[in-house]
Ligand binder design. Sequence first.
Ligand code: BES
Ligand code: ZN
Ligand code: ZN
Length: 487
Amino acid sequence: MKVNVSSEGSDRVKADLLAFAVYEGSGISKDLQKIDSSLGSAISKAIKLKRFSGKCGETYMLQTYGKLSVECILLVGMGKKEEFELDHVRKYAGASICSAKVMKAKSLAISMPSCKEKVSDVSHALAEGCVLADYVFDDYVTKTETENNLAVSILSGDKKSTDYGVLVAESINYTRKLQNFPPAVVTPAYLASEAQRMGKELKLKVSVLGNKELEKKGMNGILAVGKGSVNEPRLIQLDYNGGKTGEKPVILVGKGITFDTGGISIKPSRAMDEMKFDMSGAAAVLGIMRIAAKSGLKKNLIGLMACAENRPSSSSYLPGDIIKTYNKKTIEVLNTDAEGRVVLSDALGYAAEMKSEIIVDIATLTGSVVVALGSTYSGMVGNSQRHMDLMRKAGEKTGDKVWQMPLHEDYREMVKSKIADVKNIGSGKGEAGSLSAAAFLEAFVGDSKWIHLDIAGTAWTTEPKPYFGLGGTGAGVHVISEFLRTL
Ligand code: BES
Ligand code: ZN
Ligand code: ZN
């Protein structure tokens, strides 16, 4: 798919399909009135007869029968004008793409919705909505038709913002593809070779630690989780230097469990296939680095991906094991399914040793966060309120939303162990599981500033959403890349 801007007016543009945004109960825009009169008031009639009301996401298509230079007109509901948010613009673009695909259109023109936001922000969001809606995970489906290459033009759009929106969305789709591929393909070694490939393309420094190097460095958390599988663990590092030399980097740390069976504390089989998405944090780190490098972000960044496969076998780590991690703190293992925090302990300890502006970790860490926030918000915990406020704002702007949760002394208490420094599950009956997990991670960040994003509920979807098909959503890529721009 190609997304361009066009300065052509909506009454003159040539396309198979021309889309208009219509607010609920607000009448139709001047541009649409012109079209309406060319079509013998077909649009106002449809609204009067309540065939179309303008509810968010609702669509209505009309043939022009040669009366206009476009074959069909699409109306897309935007909801009530008072309830407008930028995400409705992405939904408008997503709905337009879906309709264009259904009618097998080769060209789609999208008219600017009238709203209070800047043209640049709207163009950016339209481009994102288009590119995100266009992605489907069909690499393993035998194709019967040749692909229809849709050309999209955003009418009166801002070129620079559109191009940046396309870059962001293509990078999110890149993360989604890594998430969606089967776990037999996406192993820790695969993620390492993908990082190396990307590093070469974008001139990033990439280093990969395998079993031998991890042993040398005392990264026994990653080793412990990975040792039950023939697919050996890796710690992958990518460096991007877009900032001044000597400027402290932002360090991104991603959980990269390429499959989480639970290990010896094995999971129930229901929906276990979804645990291929347990590497979503690591995949997000790659997507963010791609945006930074391709857009020339003026920041120094380090990406760390803690990758392992969590399997039961005769060589797996066990409940009762005590692990000495990279920063010498010890972990009492009580449940091998709480493996994310174990691999992150080494990566965070390693990150904390470097002087950074802030460490941001991103992980499909707990089932509890899904109970608390569903698939609407990722959970956020941290020790720097200023940075968390910026992250929350970036979430609202991008639609990749985060909700702050508390980090209280009581949660730290819950992960204290009697026989080691911390234990990998909280005391009690699993209450506040996301927060005892966050308190566990906090024990490894030293005095660094730090934000933790738990994306367990947002990283993938089993029901298609307005501009996301089934599977990986690339959660975290959008919000963190926007956060980095506001630092
Ligand atoms: N990968 C899971 C968390 C998860 C669960 C992500 C469901 C997405 C959907 C993680 O490794 C895990 O198993 N966490 C356990 C921790 C528990 C054993 C303390 C959980 O949340 O149940
Ligand atoms: Zn687990
Ligand atoms: Zn996991």
